[in-house]
Design a protein around this ligand. Structure first.
Ligand code: NDP
Length: 295
């Protein structure tokens, strides 16, 4: 069996096209340009690259991009001032704090400073709390996990009643992915570093979301035939054929797993592009709310 490839680039492109059209409409009808403010603390190369791509995409979709690049040793008070400034700026509809933050900054305090209605990353504790509760609506949900759900839907996999196994319980990916699947009535199992008999647990999955950050960790004989496999992992492994000396792979042993799974995301080109697309969608939704067009 060769699994259907879930083309994250194509799905992301269609989300982005819709955002571009909505942004143009907002400008034409309401003279409002959806705006995203990025806040980057320090010089972590991966974080810089992520923020750069988010800013570039914001501009490509006809939206307003503004950003603060702050020194790694900035005090918490100074950082909170910057966030509050964007919070009060009517041109800014979404604020993205690039994580991780340097260790001297309290992540929860910093994320709580983002006004709820501009929390396009969905990491404000109130939005997270609402996501974790039944019959509560967060204003935004985190972008990577919501992108995973769009990808699962894109191949018509039925989520309701399915057994979904989530590898990883981070605040950014694993936990919110589990809540989103639970809200769609999947039966969920959340695995982590202390889970026993992991291959046996994974074998039960109709839907597998792998987000642990270990290259090629999930093997083909762990996969239920026909399962939908969403690989969130981004891991650099040595590759002498590349100029950089390395290449990116997922948490899943793609080459072998694709022979067993029903549908699978590649890395790169799977979940990665969806994260930015969902951020753009959230920013546009926020601008629509600002003019009373969206709930
Ligand atoms: P974290 O390091 O925050 O979390 C990793 C999780 O995996 C933890 O819950 C940990 O368990 C669990 N874990 C680690 N080792 C094992 C193991 N051997 N068996 C079972 N579970 C294990 O990572 P993130 O959630 O932030 O990211 C996960 C991956 O996804 C990374 O590769 C990251 O680069 C990628 N990523 C990709 C994004 C995208 O846009 N595509 C966005 C965000 C992340 P425990 O809690 O017990 O420590």
């Amino acid at each position: 069996m060769t699994a259907q490839l879930i083309d994250g680039k194509a799905v992301a492109a269609s989300v982005q096209q819709k955002v571009k059209e909505e942004a143009a409409l907002l400008k034409a009808k309401y003279n409002v340009v959806p705006g995203l403010a990025t806040v980057l603390v320090g010089d972590n190369p991966a974080s810089k690259a992520y923020v750069g791509s988010k800013q570039k995409m914001t501009q490509e979709l006809g939206m307003y991009s503004v950003g603060a690049h702050l020194p790694a040793d900035i005090s918490q008070d100074e950082l909170l001032k910057v966030i509050r400034g964007y919070g009060a700026d009517p041109q800014v509809h979404g604020i993205l704090i690039q994580l991780p933050l340097p260790a001297h900054l309290d992540q929860e305090t910093v994320l709580s400073a983002v006004p709820l209605e501009k929390d396009v990353d969905g990491f404000h504790p109130i939005n997270v709390g609402r996501l974790a509760m039944k019959n509560r609506e967060p204003l935004f949900v985190p972008c990577t996990p919501s992108g995973c759900i769009v990808l699962i839907d894109s191949v018509g996999t039925k989520i309701e009643g399915a057994r979904a196994v989530i590898l990883g319980r981070s605040n950014i990916v694993g936990l919110p992915a589990a809540f989103l699947l639970l809200h769609r009535n999947a039966t969920i199992t959340i695995c982590h570093s202390r889970t026993q008999n992991l291959p046996d647990v994974v074998r039960q999955a109709d839907i597998l979301v792998a987000a642990i950050g270990k290259a090629h960790f999930v093997k083909a004989d762990w996969i239920k035939p026909g399962a939908t496999v969403i690989d969130v992992g981004i891991n650099a492994i040595p590759d002498a054929t590349k100029k950089s000396g390395q290449r990116l792979v997922g948490d899943v042993d793609f080459e072998n797993v694709k022979e067993v799974a029903g549908a699978i995301t590649p890395v790169p080109g799977g979940v990665g592009p969806m994260t930015i697309a969902m951020l753009m969608q959230n920013t546009c939704t926020s601008a629509k709310r600002a003019v009373g067009l969206s709930k």
